[in-house]
Design a protein around this ligand. Structure first.
Ligand code: CA
Length: 226
């Protein structure tokens, strides 16, 4: 599995990238600000395989963000995506630690080719299984298990459980879950997250074993391994 963080504040571009990359089999997470991007790079850590970084972010310049991430030892490849096509911006982006640079508007096929090229240069192993407590997700066979017992999951439930398992013990807000599991196509005021957490709980709870997903009042939900 290849996990890509999209750092982009324009919802249309972010959504276009997320859909296009998902269609190619990539798993994406979207951050709409530098602050959100820092949160995701900290939580995903080495599981993050690549970052697509817009330079014009609402809270901080993307170049500054990249510079500070590199200074902290963040090593995943970064492709800068930006409308700023001046040479000075390209040089600044590369100097800040970008592996490549692509100017908007770009052809999606070109972006895919650049992603493949950057990844060839850094060949990272991708795990094929996620294990959290007694839960196991096999990313190749798409089998989910709890304590060795198989769990049948609908596609959205799978994506939601994978999101929780990639962030164990961490509170995920409804909007984080919404943007990762449903992208931007749902009304943020909808209760779809709560409904699906309910479905997921019913599937992963086993009589006699502790409940794994807790509601954190006013904040969201958290998966705590058994
Ligand atoms: Ca922007």
């Amino acid at each position: 599995m290849v996990q890509i963080l999209i750092v982009e504040d324009d919802p249309n571009i972010a959504s276009f990238l997320a859909r296009g990359l998902a269609a190619e089999g990539y798993v994406t997470t979207t951050a709409r600000s530098a602050t959100e991007a820092r949160r995701w790079t900290a939580t995903l850590g080495a599981e993050l395989n690549l970052v697509l970084l817009d330079l014009g972010l609402p809270d901080e310049d993307g170049t500054t963000l990249l510079q500070s991430l590199r200074a902290e030892g963040f090593s995943a490849p970064v492709i800068v995506l930006t409308a700023k096509d001046g040479l000075a911006h390209k040089v600044a982006g590369l100097d800040a630690g970008a592996n490549d640079y692509i100017t908007k508007p770009f052809a999606f096929d070109e972006l895919l080719a650049r992603i493949r090229a950057v990844r060839r240069n850094v060949a990272q192993p991708s795990p094929t299984e996620i294990v959290v407590g007694d839960l196991t997700l096999d990313l190749l066979t798409k089998l989910a298990q709890r304590g060795g017992r198989q769990i049948e999951l609908a596609p959205r439930e799978w994506v939601m459980l994978e999101l929780f398992m990639r962030h164990p013990n961490q509170v995920l807000s409804r909007s984080q879950i919404l943007s990762n599991v449903w992208d931007y196509s749902f009304d943020p005021g909808s209760n779809v997250v709560d409904v699906y957490v309910g479905y997921l709980r019913r599937k992963i709870n086993v009589p006699g074993l502790p409940a794994l997903i807790q509601t954190v009042r006013g904040a969201g939900y958290r998966l705590t391994p058994a």
